[in-house]
Ligand binder design. Sequence first.
Ligand code: GLU
Length: 446
Amino acid sequence: MDPKLEAVFQSVVARNPGEAEFHQAVREVFESLEPVIQRHPEYLESKMLERICEPERQIIFRVPWQDDRGDVQVNRGFRVEFNSALGPYKGGLRFHPSVYLGVIKFLGFEQIFKNSLTGLPIGGGKGGSDFDPRGKSESEVMRFCQSFMTELYRHLGEYTDVPAGDIGVGGREIGFMFGQYKRITNRYESGVLTGKGIAWGGSLVRTEATGYGTVVFANEMLKTRGETFDGKRVVVSGSGNVAIYAAEKVAQLGGTVVGFSDSGGFVVDEKGINLDLLKQIKEVERGRVSDYVERRPSAKLGNSGGSIWDVPVDVALPCATQNELNLGNAQTLIKNGVQVVAEGANMPTTPDAIHALRDAKVLFAPGKAANAGGVATSALEMQQNASRDSWDFEYTEERLTAIMENIHEVCYETAESYDAPGDYVVGANIAGFEKVAKAMQAFGLV
Ligand code: GLU
């Protein structure tokens, strides 16, 4: 990295000790920015990088609630309002035991550039809690969500900060939180949360959007080499909302998804995943991937010592969580002839794995570009709420597809113009950064 950028990076590390994921996300962006600061030395003079790495506001709060036995539980809630240069803070809430400030800051930082790439008027933020939804009853989840919102509501607003879901937060949790927000504020403020139910202000396609968008983006990458998904073997990691709808879009485009996973293991199904069964197990029963194997004769559980990345494929879509695809996994994928890796999750590929994939000329798309379809469709949900309207599935999906194709084009062309043809990391980081930096420059020192 350029010594001036390295110095700023070291100052970010020193100011944010112990937040490894945040450091990783910042480093990955900085590694792309050397040619930008050469063209725009004013960004160094105005401390643009230091300013972008410092969240505008960070909120940490107590979330007390009672479990079904009547015992008191205490969790920690977070909302990092990172950057509002392009619009109200926008980004999901993650409920997972691994959540701490460093995870929320990495996600919030990524969200700034992702949201910028969508071309829609949304700033970057992220929040969540170390609450573990697994094994909790529906009423425990409700009480937790109500307590969480009882503090968070005062920081939100359709022009201020608009949360949505992420890992552990889906339609059910958004419902409980919207209900509590509405009750406390006495306002039916639809645009304050996205990922809402269709009956009460949600947008069609929002559920599918992150997975669909990732596959549309990967398809654009394939097209640059004169190929498509037709006949391709694919694995998705994970089996949550992103993975399920990525798999669905792959199947629609003629590819075969032969594997998926959860934290308990991975499944190989050479006949191609039965999506109805997977949806039943994951969305209705909230079960495990092992339940799928029991009910599907063509499927088998992967080796306990192995990983989903051992399965030979043309396209790999990491759709589970951060740092799930490491250097060894990347080397195996390369050896088996992978052509495209596109991130459906946020930062699932470790930095050394990204370098290995790029050195091997595998097309690699970072999450901030490839998985932007989720938040883009959230912005479409906000548009519908603002105009008190709702669009049909077909039109909304057309808008999503056009947005993903546009993000691909912007990343591809930005990489070309900075002498890094085919490098989507460089393209996404520079294009995402430039828009935010221009807006911040225009606003003066605020
Ligand atoms: N959590 C999603 C993401 O990582 C979506 C955020 C949103 O819709 O606001 O982009």
